[in-house]
Design a protein around this ligand. Structure first.
Ligand SMILES: Nc1ncnc2c1ncn2[C@@H]1O[C@H](COP(=O)(O)OP(=O)(O)OP(=O)(O)O)[C@@H](O)[C@H]1O
Ligand SMILES: [Mg+2]
Length: 257
């Protein structure tokens, strides 16, 4: 008993807690599951963005113009391109090959899709990962916050979307390299133009064709921040403004543009 007491005396609960936290931090920062962008696009990765000239053009467009567009065929990666750009701006960590727009300070951003549901399923999943497993889903798919493009160690906190849409996130707070916090809110076109009024944003990402009035409202939000707005969409789809503007900025050539 005396020996046990001596051993217990040596235990410092505060130190144990700190060690456990440090171990946890280390394992998260090196775990590929939570560092998708680093694992997905390392220097020797055969499909890394550095080798995709058309994707690089999309990124580069942000350095010269405040409006950008990536229009491409189905499943060639325009959404992931949009998520990659957003992740770089939110975290302030730009790859060596980055020739696009740079923000040195934490940013405020929007990612908006067609409906709240598609925004959750497509943009939120691309950026934050799929939060819970789907029945019948591939058991090998990584599940949980931080399994998307934004590395888990960079995710400071999230605020859930009020309502009944399961797993939907309203806002995510992201550590920026400067030590500050970037803020990304998810929105949807079905909310209508008024819900896009009033605030200023550094970056607005629109996935798929959006109504013209919403596009103009979003463009306005970037006017006082020297910000950028970019859209990722399939090939020409109706007569929407995003398509028209994207076509002018970067002609559709049947591949990625
Ligand atoms: N550079 C890449 N390397 C490897 N896989 C990639 C890359 N970019 C995208 N992918 C994969 O390709 C698939 C399609 O990507 P994404 O959803 O971005 O395409 P999309 O063109 O937006 O599709 P859709 O036409 O359905 O909107 C996804 O499974 C994604 O993980
Ligand atoms: Mg897409």
């Amino acid at each position: 008993m005396e020996n046990l007491n001596k051993t217990l005396d040596k235990i410092d609960p505060q130190r144990m807690r700190e060690e456990a936290e440090e171990n946890c931090r280390k394992s998260i920062s090196t775990n590929p599951r939570y560092n998708w962008i680093r694992e997905q696009f390392p220097d020797d990765y055969p499909y890394r963005y550095e080798l995709y000239s058309k994707h690089l053009l999309v990124f580069k467009a942000g350095s010269g113009d405040n409006e950008g567009g990536c229009m491409a065929g189905n499943r060639v990666g325009e959404t992931m391109t949009g998520a990659c750009e957003m992740t770089c701006h939110l975290t302030g960590k730009y790859p060596d090959w980055w020739e696009g727009k740079r923000f040195d300070e934490p940013i405020e951003a929007w990612a908006a899709g067609t409906t709240a549901e598609t925004t959750r399923d497509i943009m939120q999943t691309a950026l934050l990962g799929r939060l819970t497993a789907e029945p019948g889903g591939d058991p090998n798919d990584p599940i949980g916050l931080g399994t998307g493009m934004i590395p888990l160690p960079c995710i400071r906190s999230t605020r859930p979307l009020l309502g009944s849409l399961r797993d939907a996130i309203d806002t995510v707070y992201v550590w920026h390299v400067s030590g500050g916090t970037s803020i990304l809110s998810f929105k949807s076109f079905e909310q209508g133009r008024p819900s896009f009024e009033g605030t200023s944003k550094h970056v607005v990402w629109l996935d798929e064709e959006c109504p013209y009035d919403i596009y103009l409202e979003c463009l306005m939000r970037t006017m006082t921040t020297d910000g950028i707005i970019y859209a990722t969409a399939d090939g020409p789809n109706g007569d929407g403004p995003t398509t028209a503007k994207s076509e002018r900025a970067m002609p559709y050539d049947g591949a990625t543009g």
